[in-house]
Design a protein around this ligand. Sequence first.
Ligand code: ADP
Ligand code: F6P
Length: 488
Amino acid sequence: MVSSAARTFDLVIAANRLPVDRSVSPDGTVTWRTSPGGLVTAMESVMHEREAAWVGWAGFPGEAPDPFDDGLLRLHPVGLTAEDVTDFYEGFSNDTLWPLYHDVIVPPTYHRSWWHAYRRVNEKFTEAVAEVAAEGATVWVHDYQLQLVPAMLRDRRPDLRIGWFNHIPFPPVELFAQLPWRAMLLRGLLGADFLGFQRPDDARNFLRGCRSVLGASVKGDVVTWQGADDGRLGAGRRVARAGSVPISIDAEGFRKLADSPGVRARATEIRASLGNPEVVLLGVDRLDYTKGIRHRLRAIEELLADGEIAPPQVTFVQVATPSRERVEAYRTLREQIEATVGRINGDFSHLGDTAVHYLHQSYGREEMAALFKVADVMLVTPLRDGMNLVAKEYVTARHDGGGALVLSEFTGAAEEMRSAYLCNPHDIAGLKETILRAIRDDPALKRRRMASLRRRVRRHDVQTWAEAFLTALDAAPGKPAVRKEVSS
Ligand code: ADP
Ligand code: F6P
C-alpha cells in the first residue's frame, strides 16, 4: 500500500469501515487487518479490481491517516474522535439502530446526544465523499450507519447518482415508528436514487415507512415525496426506487481457496486435533445477540442431556468472533455464553473428549475455509440476520459433496437457500429435531440438498449482486431493461 495525493473518482464507496482496520500493538507496531463483517467480505471481492475510492473509518479513534492506495482502490479514511466512537458507532449505530432493525431482540436505547453524533459523523462522511467524487460520479453508500449521507450529499452535490444498500434488515413500520428521529432518517435515505435491500420484505417495510411516516406517495416500488421546505435535511421533491438485491459471496474464489492443497491439509489436521469424531457440528458467528448462539447452545446441551449426542463421537465447535466489546449488551452476551459453555463442558466433557470447543478469535480466510470443510453439520441459527454469508461460504466450501446446513428461517439467506434444513431457532424442540435430522439423514439425500444449495450460490454470486445493484442505480427511478436479479 502506498500513499498518494488527492484525486477524484467516477465510483465512490462509502461504508462505516474501510476494508482494513488499523491496529497498534503495545510496542507501537502498526498492522492493517481485514475488517470484520459480511459487508467487507462481499465488497472487498467486488472492488479489488475496480478503479474507485472507498471512504470509511480505519477502526481506531483519532486523526485519520492519509489516503492511500490498495491496488486500484483508493482508501480514504474518515477520522472519528473518541466521542464519535462512543456516541455514533457504539451508541446510535449499535445500541439504537442495530437492535431496532433486528426485531428489538434487546431493547434499543434512545439518547438525543447519540443522534447529534450520528448527524455529525454522517456530515463528516458526506464531506469526505464530496471531496473524492468526480463530476457526475456514482456514489454507493452502505448500511445503517450512514442513512443520512444520501440526502446530505444530494444537497451538496446534485450532480451525483446516489445509491444506498442496507446489509441488515429494514424493520416493519410498527417497530421503526419507535425511533424519535424516524422522519429525518427517511428524509436522509430519500436522497438516494435507488435503495437496495436484502429481502423483498425489507424493501416493502421501507416503502410503507415512507408512506406512513412522511406521507409520501408509493406506486409499486417507486416513492415520491414532495419534500418539506423547512430548511432541514433533504428539502425538495424526491423520486426514488426501492428493490431487493440479495448479497452473496465470491463463490468461485472461495471454492478455489477451499479446494487448495493447503486448506485440505489443514482440514485434515483440524479433524485429527478434534480426535477424528464421527460428526463435527460447527457454528461461526460474530459474538452478537442476533446470531442465536444462546438458543443453539441450549439445543446442544439438551441433546447431550438426552443422550442423543455425546463426545467423542459428536463434538460441537463454536467460533465466536469478538465484536463491539464495549457495548453492554455484547458484554452481557459474552458472559452468558461463556458461562453456558463452561457448564456444558463441566457436565458432558471427559478428559480428552470435549463436548463444546469455544473459540473467541478471528481467523484468516484459509482457516475459515478449513473449518467449513471439517463441519459435517453447519449450524446457522440467527434470531434475525440481514443475509448471513457464512451459510453461503459453507455450502461453497463443501464442494466435495458432504455436509449439511441447518439454517434459520429468520435469515435473508433462507429466502434463497430453501434446500437447507430450515429451522425456527426459538423452537428448541424443533431445533433439536432438525439438528438430529441433519446428522442422521441419508447421505445421498444430504448430497442432493447441498448440490442444490451450491448451485444457487454459484449462480447468484457477489459479482451478479454488484452488477444488479449498479444497473438498477443507473436506471433509477426507472427499472433496468433486463431485470434478472432485482425484484421488489
Ligand atoms: P455479519 O456481517 O453479521 O458478521 P455474515 O455471516 O454475513 O455476518 O458475514 C461474516 C463474515 O465474517 C463472513 O465472511 C465470515 O467468514 C467472516 N467471519 C466470521 N467469523 C470469523 C472469524 N472468527 N474469523 C474470520 N472471519 C470470520
Ligand atoms: O454486515 C453487517 C455488518 O453489520 C456491517 O455493517 C458491519 O460493518 C459488520 O457487520 C461488523 O460490525 P462492526 O463494523 O460493528 O464491527
